[in-house]
Design a protein around this ligand. Structure first.
Ligand code: FMN
Length: 196
C-alpha cells in the first residue's frame, strides 16, 4: 500500500483556535484511514525567521521541506479583515513560485460571520493558484456559532462535522492517481464512518 503524506497548515495566530480544531479533526480522520499527516503550526515558527525570510533556519527549513514533500495539503485559516490571516500569508510568501504545483489542496476557514466566509474564494484561492496549485477542492467553511467552546476544546455542530468529513473524503479520493484503488477505498471508509 503506498504511503501518502498530507501537510496540514494552521494559519491562526491563536494557540487554541477554531480553525486549528477543524484541522486537527481532519488530521485524525486521515490518520484513521492510514494516511500520514505532518502538521505545521505557523504560530509556533520563530517569528524572526518568518519575518526576515530566514529559510536556512532549522524550523522554517523543516516546515518548507514538509510542504515540498507533501502529496496534498489542508490549509486552515481564520478570516481576518475579510481575508485569510496575515500569519498565513507570511508563511506562503516563503514558498517558491511553483511551490504548490501538483498538490491538491483542501482549504478550511472559520469566521465570525457567514458574510465573510466567501472571502476565501477571492483572497486565498488566487494566492494558491499563483503558487502553482491547480486542484483546489471546495472549501470547508464554518462560522463561530457552529463551533461551541466545550471546556478547553471545541465542539462542532453535526452538519459541520459532515461537511468536514466530506471535504476530507474528497481529498483522500483525489490523492495521486498512482493508487486509485487505495484512495477510493479510503474515501469510502471515511463516508461510512461519518454515517455510522
Ligand atoms: C483581528 C481579527 C479580525 C477578524 N476579522 C473578521 C472578519 O473580517 N470577518 C469575520 O467574519 N470574522 C472576523 N474575525 C473573527 C474570526 O474570523 C473568527 O473568530 C475565527 O473563527 C477565528 O479563528 P481561530 O479561532 O482559528 O483563530 C476576526 C477576528 C480577529 C481576531
Amino acid at each position: 500500500m503506498p504511503m501518502f503524506h498530507i501537510a496540514t497548515l494552521s494559519g491562526s495566530p491563536a494557540e487554541s483556535s477554531r480553525s486549528g480544531f477543524l484541522l486537527q479533526s481532519a488530521e485524525a480522520q486521515l490518520n484513521r484511514i492510514g494516511i500520514a499527516t505532518h502538521a505545521i503550526a505557523i504560530n509556533r515558527l520563530p517569528p524572526a525567521q518568518l519575518l526576515q525570510f530566514e529559510t536556512a533556519g532549522i524550523e522554517l527549513k523543516n516546515a518548507l521541506s514538509i510542504i515540498a514533500a507533501a502529496d496534498a495539503l489542508i490549509i486552515a485559516t481564520p478570516i481576518y479583515k475579510a481575508a485569510y490571516s496575515g500569519v498565513l500569508k507570511t508563511f506562503l510568501d516563503l514558498l517558491p513560485q511553483d511551490g504548490l504545483s501538483g498538490k491538491p489542496i483542501l482549504p478550511i476557514a472559520t469566521a465570525g460571520s457567514a458574510a465573510h466566509l466567501l472571502a476565501l474564494d477571492y483572497t486565498l484561492k488566487p494566492l494558491l493558484t499563483a503558487l502553482g496549485a491547480r486542484h483546489l477542492l471546495a472549501s470547508v467553511l464554518a462560522t463561530d456559532a457552529e463551533l461551541r467552546k466545550d471546556g478547553v476544546r471545541y465542539a462542532a455542530e453535526p452538519t459541520l462535522v459532515a461537511r468536514l468529513t466530506a471535504g476530507v473524503a474528497e481529498l483522500a479520493a483525489v490523492l495521486p492517481r498512482r493508487a486509485p484503488t487505495f484512495s477510493t477505498r479510503a474515501a469510502s471508509r471515511l463516508q461510512t464512518a461519518a454515517h455510522s
